[in-house]
Design a binder for this molecule. Structure first.
Ligand code: NAI
Ligand code: MG
Length: 394
């Protein structure tokens, strides 16, 4: 097969540490590619007033597949303060480059698998009726709508007059009609039928392909009648094409409670942007936390693969680095699956499982050890030692 070209965006902070580790594992497993590094993140905001340079967008448009580490984001005022002096006051406004990428390439399908790795000391444990501890195996895969909803970015403080007037036409707005504009912050939750259909179809297709017997659509249609209602309606329509897969409907609040009681009951879960974000962090916490949580952002022909953690700046300066590379490595594995390199992907999955199960090499987050300069002295493996162990297990 022709050699692939993969766009690599390490980004900021620990993104720069874990991205090369994932590439090391992919190469050791025999995946050959040309890796083209592309700029993204805080340094480019400071220097150029744009954390997502056009050159990076062009590279992704050309090559279609990218690995992304993490970026640093800061609130509006702080971002403006840190701009280089010659860039200040010129109207540059900070936006999150990963949210920007998702919208730019319509990467509307986010997949976040949360499987238990046997032997991970961070696995969810509960006490059964007989008082014995039990460790149910979790295998949830969250399908998060990735481009609209509450993260669509349509919000105002002190909304313009036309918006204010439009809101006044809604009977429920009368409770707020006397609030002065400057005391009013408004976010919108825009759902479109097509995006709801696509995320539900993605979830059912995945369930069908991987042998799941149910799909849970998790929203809040009793309160958010229009937006959540649209998602549920589309889920029901899609479900008609899959008579062997049950559709379960849950509300986000109850779902968060149930996942800490019976997480093993859930397989594929589909939700809007914000609820999907919340559920995926909830499940990630039951299977090892941010050091294990991988994700894919998929459009029709572009895929961007990233760990769900951020740039964890406080760990960047440590030498040797201590953060867990598994979330990034597993994001690389999702990339292989998407490229059809399933055999190589399976080999890496098996190697990671083996290292976690053996338990000889564990990063600080897998131990009851504080992350910091003393983690290694307290028995934690470094980032590179974890990668080396996975490569050895291949
Ligand atoms: P974070 O995910 O960077 O870190 C939170 C904590 O999780 C860390 O302090 C650390 O204890 C732990 N952690 C994260 N990754 C780990 C790993 N690989 N191994 C072991 N432990 C790990 O989130 P935080 O601190 O809220 O944000 C830091 C920066 O990252 C902010 O600027 C934020 O905006 C940005 N961020 C970026 C994301 C992205 O690039 N997609 C996602 C989330 C946050
Ligand atoms: Mg999140």
């Amino acid at each position: 097969m022709a050699k692939r070209t993969i766009v690599v965006m390490p980004g900021d902070g620990i993104g720069k540490l874990v991205t090369p580790e994932a590439i090391r594992v992919l190469e050791a497993a025999g995946f050959e590619a040309d890796w083209i590094e592309a700029d993204i993140g805080w340094d480019f905001w400071i220097k150029e007033g744009n954390p997502l340079p056009q050159k990076t967008i062009d590279l992704i448009a050309e090559h279609k597949v990218a690995l992304f580490g993490a970026i640093t984001s800061k609130p509006k005022d702080k971002a403006a303060e840190e701009l280089s002096p010659d860039m200040r006051g010129k109207g540059f406004v900070y936006f999150s480059p990963i949210v920007g990428l998702r919208q730019q390439f319509n990467l509307d399908i986010s997949i976040r698998p949360c499987p238990t790795f046997t032997g991970n000391p961070l696995n969810f444990i509960r006490r059964g009726a007989d008082g014995q501890a039990e460790e149910p195996k979790v295998d949830a895969v969250i399908f998060r709508q990735n481009t609209e909803g509450l993260y669509g970015g349509i919000e105002w403080t002190n909304p313009p007059a036309q918006v204010y007037d439009a809101l006044k036409t809604h009977p429920k707005f009368k409770n707020f009609a006397d609030v002065p504009g400057e005391d009013l912050a408004i976010s919108t939750r825009v759902f479109t039928r097509e995006a709801c259909r696509r995320i539900c179809a993605g979830a059912f297709e995945y369930a069908d392909k991987h042998g799941y017997t149910n799909v849970t659509v998790c929203e809040k249609p009793n309160v958010l009648r229009e937006t959540s209602g649209l998602m549920i309606a589309e889920a029901r329509k899609v479900a008609e094409n899959y008579p062997d897969i049950d559709l379960w409907e849950t509300n986000i609040d109850a779902q968060m409670m149930w996942l800490t009681k019976n997480p093993e009951d859930y397989g594929v879960i589909v939700a809007g942007n914000m609820f999907g974000d919340i559920i995926s962090d909830g499940f990630a916490g039951l299977v090892g936390g941010l050091g294990f949580a991988a994700s894919a952002n998929l459009g029709d022909d572009v895929g961007v693969f990233e760990p769900t953690h951020g740039s964890a700046p406080k760990y960047v300066e440590l030498d040797p680095p201590i953060v867990n590379p598994i979330a990034m490595i597993m994001s690389g594995v999702m990339m292989l699956d998407w490229l059809g390199e399933t055999e190589t992907a399976d080999r890496i999955r098996t190697a990671v499982s083996k290292v976690v199960a053996e338990g000889r090499v564990r990063t600080y987050d897998m131990l009851k050890v504080r992350g910091g300069p003393n983690s290694i002295a307290q028995g934690a493996a470094s980032t590179t030692e974890m990668t080396d162990a996975i490569i050895a297990a291949l």
